[in-house]
Structure formats: structure tokens, C-alpha cells
Design a protein around this ligand. Structure first.
Ligand code: MN
Length: 251
């Protein structure tokens, strides 16, 4: 089971969740919403080789945490993973749009200068501007659009731009989300919980709840859960290879 976008540090008992992931053998990309959360969140992964920590600055915090960009730059050499970053075009965040653009631009330029990173990207109500910026910064690394909710045309464009997609139980419980997931090439799909923000039946999702997303994907793909899990494991390997700058064929 692979959870490529989880806010491990925001559960009430983060250390217990990290231990449970280790016990269950769940691979987790533990994202941060601010550079100042890096130290505490990275500490949760100590002794857990399946947990990797991503350095982020969430678009909803772009205005109040923009001053943490120098800290982002200092920490970037410590990790190959960046997120949660991106843009959010929701009406309540309109006032911070210029800060969001400045922060995301800075992140993409820093990733380019550092040789590229795997980036888990938020694009709610902002798929087109996110894709515009990714196109202009193709050497920033591998973009994984998390919980993508753009239009079918934006999805086609994202596929053409080379994006990957992480889908979770919350996305796959709606017909629209399932239709979106079905339209993504199987080789570009990964799974996520987005816990504890994302919920199911009124409870926060945990990384191991990704198992229900695997079952949903299996039914979309017309395969059994084991075959779906194998496909997702192959995808994670090829994502890591792509992110390291090797061609899939060359390894
Ligand atoms: Mn998130």
C-alpha cells in the first residue's frame, strides 16, 4: 500500500500513526504545509525507511508563510520530495493569489536549480495556471497532481505535460472523481490518503485506508485488487526512476 500524500504531522497522535504504517508496511510520502514544520515531521520518519518527508509550502498559507522561503531553500538539499505546494483558486483565497504565484514560482525555480524534485501539487480551482507554470519549468522535476479536480480538457493537458496523479478514497467515492481516475493512463496513477484532511464517513483517513482506493481502481481497471496493487507498485518504481533522471528503459 502506497500513500503518496499524507499530512502525518497533523494527526493527533502522529508518532503512533507512523509506527502503525511501519507495522503494516505502508509506504508514505509525508508532506509538510510549511518549511518550519520540516524538522518535527522529518523526525517522525526516523527509523522508518518506508516513510519519506516532503518539503512544502501550502498555497493556503502562501501569504502568511512567504517569509519562510529562505528556510525552504536551506532545507531543499535534504530531500528529493517537495510538497505540498501549488495554487488554490478558491474564492476565499483570492486575496493571496499574488503571494501564491510568487511562492510557487520560487519553489519551481529552486527545484530546477537543485536538479529537479518529485513534487506533490495542489491545484484546486487552479489546474490551468498550475499547468502553465509547470510547462514553463519543465526541469523542476516530476509533478504529481494530488486529488486532481480540473476539467476533462485540463486533465488531457496535464497528461500531455507529463504529470502523474495521486488519487484517494475521498476522490474515488464520487462519480466525478471515478470518471477522472478512469481517464488517467494506468501507468501514471498513484494512491494517496490526504489524511487527516480527507475523510470518509466522518472520520479522518489513515494511510492504510488507501486499500479502499486500490479496490476502487481495480474495479475501474477491470482487474483484481492484487493486480491493481502490482500496477501501483510498478508505477512508484518508475516514478522514482524518472525522478532520478534515468530513462525507464535504461535501468
Ligand atoms: Mn494535502
Amino acid at each position: 500500500v502506497i500513500d503518496l500524500h499524507c499530512h502525518l504531522d497533523l494527526y493527533p497522535e502522529p508518532a503512533a500513526v507512523a509506527r502503525e504504517c511501519e507495522t503494516r508496511g505502508v509506504y508514505v510520502l509525508s508532506v509538510t504545509n510549511t518549511p518550519s514544520a520540516w524538522d518535527g515531521t522529518a523526525a517522525l520518519a526516523e527509523g522508518s525507511p518506508r516513510i519519506r518527508t516532503a518539503l512544502g509550502l501550502h498555497p493556503a498559507l502562501a501569504r502568511e508563510r512567504r517569509a519562510e522561503l529562505p528556510l525552504f531553500d536551506r532545507l531543499l538539499p535534504l530531500t528529493r520530495y517537495v510538497g505540498e505546494v501549488g495554487l488554490d483558486g478558491s474564492p476565499e483565497l483570492r486575496g493571496s493569489w499574488d503571494d501564491q504565484i510568487a511562492v510557487f514560482l520560487h519553489v519551481l525555480q529552486a527545484c530546477s536549480a537543485a536538479g529537479g524534485r518529485a513534487m506533490t501539487i495542489h491545484s484546486r480551482r487552479a489546474a490551468s495556471p498550475v499547468l502553465d507554470m509547470l510547462e514553463k519549468h519543465a526541469d523542476a522535476g516530476t509533478a504529481i497532481l494530488h486529488w486532481f479536480s480540473g476539467s476533462p480538457a485540463e486533465l488531457r493537458r496535464a497528461i500531455n505535460v507529463g504529470c502523474w496523479f495521486s488519487v484517494g478514497p475521498a476522490m474515488l467515492c464520487s462519480a466525478k472523481g471515478r470518471a477522472m481516475a478512469a481517464a488517467i493512463p494506468r501507468s501514471r496513477v498513484l494512491t494517496e490518503s490526504d489524511g487527516p484532511f480527507a475523510q470518509a464517513r466522518g472520520r479522518p483517513l489513515y494511510p492504510w485506508d488507501v486499500a479502499t482506493a486500490i479496490e476502487a481502481l481495480a474495479s475501474l481497471w477491470g482487474v483484481d485488487a492484487r493486480q491493481a496493487e502490482d500496477q501501483l507498485a510498478r508505477n512508484l518504481r518508475s516514478l522514482i526512476i524518472a525522478e532520478q533522471g534515468f530513462s525507464e528503459e535504461g535501468v
